[in-house]
Write a protein that binds this ligand. Structure first.
Ligand SMILES: [Zn+2]
Length: 256
């Protein structure tokens, strides 16, 4: 974990090596009060607009980002939003954003769900993906890679992907219905779904690695931060650990 201007965050060695600005932010370093303490970016609950604006300002200063971080209305679907000069003022219902716009910063909000950042170092394009269990079994990660191929002519073999902090299998027991959905999407892969007693534990991170591999990425081009948001609740917002009332951390990537 790294710290800049009091903001704690995790970065990916793979994306860093390519020199691209990005971060999986923690909950530390912002202004919001409990239960959104402190680096919250979600305005759907009762946190004030001033707090969120200040938090945005702090990260833009810390990471020298010239434009506001573009986000989407995350709906646990599999739609991918293409950010370009014609859509820059749109706030779409989607769970992934792709762009090739120079100067653009894109991000997703999570609290247990999986944030994934993708870089195409050849076509100079990026993506930010929000994958909860629903998006994960809908293969939102693969949908995003397919959208980059269609929109930017990206070759999946060139792409670099980083999977950020999310709820680990240690804390993610699921019921029979969710377990069935995992089996439908990922087969009997024990890395994605581990049977434990009468129930099962799902590994959202491994499931998304599997989705990225099926989209054509190379395993060595995927980084995985094995940090559980629920086990590390003082550092990260966790929807489960905080009993549903909490903030959302931002993960972003920016093209200069
Ligand atoms: Zn855990």
């Amino acid at each position: 974990m790294r710290t800049t201007n009091g903001i704690k965050y995790i970065s990916s060695n793979l994306i860093e090596r390519a020199g691209v600005t990005h971060a999986f932010l923690s909950r530390v370093g912002g202004r919001s009060s409990a239960p959104f303490d402190t680096l919250n970016f979600d305005d759907r609950d009762t946190d004030t607009g001033e707090n969120i604006e200040e938090n945005n300002l702090r990260i833009r200063n810390a990471f020298e980002i010239s434009t506001p971080v573009a986000t989407v209305n995350q709906v646990h679907g599999k739609a991918v939003f293409l950010l370009d000069s014609s859509t820059v003022d749109t706030k779409a219902d989607a769970d992934a954003i792709i762009t090739r716009m120079t100067g653009a910063a894109i991000g997703v909000l999570t609290a247990d769900c999986v944030p994934i950042l993708v870089l195409d170092p050849v076509r100079k394009a990026v993506a930010a993906i929000h994958a909860g269990w629903k998006g994960t079994v809908k293969l939102i990660a693969k949908e995003t890679v397919d959208a980059m191929r269609l929109s930017f002519n990206s070759d999946a073999g060139d792409l670099v992907a980083a999977i950020g902090p999310h709820i680990g299998p240690c804390c993610y027991s699921v019921g029979a219905e969710v377990a069935d959905e995992f089996r439908r999407s990922f087969g009997e892969n024990p890395a994605c779904l581990e049977l434990s007693g009468a129930g099962a534990k799902a590994d959202l991170g491994e499931a998304n690695v599997s989705a990225l591999l099926s989209a054509g990425l190379r395993r060595e081009n995927i980084s995985f931060e094995p940090v559980c948001t629920s086990c590390n609740n003082s550092l990260f917002f966790s929807y489960r650990k905080d009993n549903g009332r909490t903030g959302r951390q931002l993960s972003f990537i920016a093209l200069r």
